[in-house]
Design a protein around this ligand. Structure first.
Ligand SMILES: Nc1ncnc2c1ncn2[C@@H]1O[C@H](COP(=O)(O)OP(=O)(O)OP(=O)(O)O)[C@@H](O)[C@H]1O
Length: 738
């Protein structure tokens, strides 16, 4: 062994390996003399003379320190000992070996070091056997250290688990109390709103009563008009009769009847006065009614008429025109009030509707805080075929949160976190989805999936149209991820990777594995390239074992990977959809972010799932292998339905294992993910049954509670995990790693 003696010519040195002291070295220093050093087992080794002093004829390994404790190994040959890497001498600070050192230093003092010995590149020889002994010793020590290391790692791993559990419980408690507080705050807001709405309702009732009065006024007005009309008709009739009677009398006078019938004359006079009286009555009534209607004072010179009018209209109405005016004015006032009340009613209805929407919004917020799955409903426009068939539109959006379906048994209303009607754009939909992308980057497990019958618009929602004019949630998410990453690049270090799978005929297929040449092969031939299995990690997060994961450093790269994978997807034309998905598409995007300030690492996963649609063979016209595909799709969706039913009914057993689809979705339904379901429906009556089924399932999904947790590790935990990973894979672990 040769070592560099620069800077340490004399004194005691310790021999260290990986920071552990394995021996102690006593410098003898002078040229031609030997140096001695102790190994950890107490034996002493001697060194040969300096290389540079060899020409001076000093024997290479003649032991001169025979009185040192332990046996001094003899030098058998003069070969230089092998180099021990990482072995250094350090000046020892303790003086425990003072005695032997002073013995040796005597001779050194007598014989000062030569120039060559002082030179920094002087090399020293250690006898081969001593070195061999040391190496064995070091090797043993290393083995012991490695054992200890492994024990430590195991201990650390256990501690890590305990700490993680404690951390989890602690943070769970914290999160729970945080959310409890938020929940309480929201509840009080809700109560406040409830109070407001009740107050408004009371007001509303009062207004309705006022409205009833006004309606009565309106009715009275109509009645008055009718009365005027009837009175006028009666007046005209009475006048006609009077005229007729007077004419008849005139005629008989003209004929100069010889005999005057006293009786007839009397009869005539009484009829005449009766008719005249009636006409007068009608005329007075007409004046009274007109004055009520117009609010104008009736003008008459006839005292009798005036007194009659007074009787009808009230005392003083004739003499003080104010009185009559007041009747008309009151009427006009009431009309104004009616208008005002009608305006207020409109406003109240508007504010009631907006408060109702607000209440639903808060309710949804509380539900999301409780961990309930969010559900959006999207109504697609009527398709060309549906329009050609002349089918009626039976689905309508009532407000932002409600959808109404006309069924033969009457209308049915469904409530969701948001309802998008046919004219809602892809941007509108994504706008409400964006927050979930941020959550995935923050370290949450997020799942967005589209559900609905075949041809209802799931692929349009998730992927977009073929011409890329209206990109869907997937391409928009890719951009959103990298936009958020770009905004935070000074604070975090990000790594994005993705896997893309399809579940075809209950077989998981890695879409990154090219199926070129197999595109038209029979279904059985698919999936042979690589076996992909669904597993769950300790936190319950689902991952695809065996699936290829590719890294992407930009949205464009991620989209290119997506296009590459999509080319391998199973799609074919059916009667219901020219490009019907024959498989469930599962895109998993993992985002690892390392906080540059505190070193903590979070790992989020965004799962984007475009399910195949349920279909009826009679409607889609599926035959042969398409029929097999349809059966497989329906079977997996039925298993999904069973899981949804079990979870919403809070049954103790949830049949996740019944299908690969439910295994893939396990963490998204009743698991630890933040989940958003988009239920796609057709507006047409020809799909009424399927629409109702989809909406009923979606309502059940709304009742499922998830327990979303952030996948965050402190710097220390992340480092220890890295050490464990290195040790497991046989990589060397540096001292500073631990
Ligand atoms: N909101 C929408 N606006 C315009 N067109 C739409 C909308 N939703 C769906 N479509 C159109 O309707 C047709 C069927 O949609 P899509 O392929 O997305 O249905 P799907 O539910 O994925 O069907 P499948 O389950 O058979 O794959 C497509 O031509 C699509 O472009």
């Amino acid at each position: 062994m040769y070592v560099n003696s620069s800077g340490a010519e004399r004194g005691t040195y310790s021999l260290t390996f990986l920071g552990k002291k394995v021996g102690r070295h006593h410098t003898v220093a002078p040229v031609g003399k030997q140096r001695a050093w102790e190994t950890t087992d107490g034996s002493t080794c001697t060194e040969g003379p300096l290389v540079s002093s060899r020409p001076r004829g000093v024997p290479v390994a003649a032991p001169v320190v025979g009185d040192l404790p332990g046996s001094v190994p003899e030098l058998k040959d003069e070969r230089p000992c092998p180099i021990i890497p990482n072995t250094q001498f350090h000046q020892c600070e303790d003086n425990a070996a003072g005695a032997s050192e002073s013995q040796l230093s005597d001779s050194s003092e007598a014989d000062p070091p030569t120039e060559a010995e002082r030179s920094p590149d002087v090399r020293m020889y250690i006898p081969y056997e001593s070195a061999e002994l040391c190496i064995t010793q070091i090797a043993d020590d290393m083995a012991a250290m490695k054992r200890r290391h492994l024990e430590m790692v195991q201990e650390l791993e256990e501690n890590l688990q305990i700490t993680a559990r404690e951390n989890q419980e602690w943070s769970m408690q914290k999160i729970r109390s945080h959310y409890q507080n938020k929940l309480n705050a929201l509840r009080s807001i809700l109560d406040l709103y409830q109070g407001k709405v009740e107050k408004k309702n009371t007001d509303w009732e009062k207004r309705v009563a006022a409205h009833a009065i006004c309606s009565a006024v309106a009715e009275t007005r109509a009645l008055l008009n009718r009365m005027i009309e009837q009175n006028w008709v009666a007046l005209v009739e009475a006048r006609d009769k009077l005229n007729h009677l007077q004419m008849t009398r005139k005629d008989s006078n003209d004929r100069v009847e010889e005999t005057t019938d006293q009786e007839r004359s009397y009869e005539y006079e009484s009829s005449l006065s009766l008719l005249q009286e009636r006409v007068r009555e009608y005329e007075v009534s007409q004046m009274a009614l007109d004055s009520i209607k117009t609010g104008e004072s009736p003008v008459t010179n006839d005292c009798d008429v005036a007194s009659e009018l007074e009787d009808i209209l009230g005392h003083g109405t004739i003499r003080t025109t104010e009185g009559v005016k007041s009747v008309g004015q009151q009427l006009l006032l009431m009309q104004d009030q009616l208008k005002q009340i009608q305006g207020e009613n409109k406003k109240i209805i508007e504010s009631y509707t907006s408060e109702r929407a607000m209440r639903k919004k808060f309710y949804n917020m509380v539900e999301v805080m409780k961990g309930k799955i969010r559900v959006f409903c999207r109504i697609r426009p009527a398709s060309g075929t549906e329009a050609a068939q002349g089918g009626a539109v039976v689905v309508d959006k009532i407000d932002e949160y409600s959808v109404k379906v006309e069924t033969p048994r009457g209308p049915r209303e469904f409530q969701f976190d948001k309802v998008f009607c046919a004219d809602a754009s892809q941007e509108d939909l994504f706008h409400d989805t964006n927050r979930l992308i941020q959550s995935a980057i923050d370290g949450y497990n997020v799942c967005i999936f589209a559900y609905g019958q075949t041809g209802s618009g799931k692929t349009f929602t998730m992927v977009g149209d073929k011409e890329l004019k209206s990109p869907g949630i997937m391409p928009r998410s890719f951009h959103a991820i990298f936009d958020i990453i770009g905004e935070n690049s000074t604070k975090f270090d990000f790594k994005v990777s993705a896997y893309m799978l399809e579940l075809y005929n209950d077989r998981l297929q890695d879409l990154f594995v090219s199926l070129a040449g197999e595109a038209h092969a029979q279904p059985q031939s698919h999936g042979q390239a690589r076996r992909v299995e669904i597993k769950r990690n300790r936190k319950g997060v689902v991952f695809a074992q065996g699936a290829e994961t590719k890294e992407a450093s930009s949205a464009q790269e991620l989209y290119a990977l997506f296009l590459q994978a999509s080319a391998n997807r199973h799609i074919s034309a059916t009667k219901m959809n020219v490009e019907s998905s024959r498989s469930h598409l599962i895109v998993g995007i993992m985002v690892e972010s390392r906080n540059l300030t505190n070193g903590s690492v979070s790992t989020g996963k965004l799962s984007l799932v475009d399910l195949a649609g349920s279909e009826r063979a009679a409607k889609t016209g599926a035959k042969d292998h398409q029929l097999k595909e349809a059966n497989s799709i329906n079977k997996s969706l039925s298993a999904l339905g069973d899981v949804i039913s079990a979870l919403s009914a809070e049954l103790p057993h949830v049949p996740y294992r019944n299908s690969k689809l439910t295994q893939v979705m396990q963490d998204s339904l009743g698991g630890n993910a933040k989940t958003l379901m988009i239920v796609n429906i057709s507006p047409s009556d020809c799909n009424l049954d399927e629409t109702l089924t989809s909406l009923i399932y979606a309502t059940r999904v709304k009742a499922i509670t998830n327990n979303a947790q952030k996948n965050l590790e402190s710097k220390e935990i992340a480092q220890l995990k890295e050490v464990i990973r290195k040790l497991r894979s046989g990589e060397t672990v540096e001292e500073e790693d631990v």
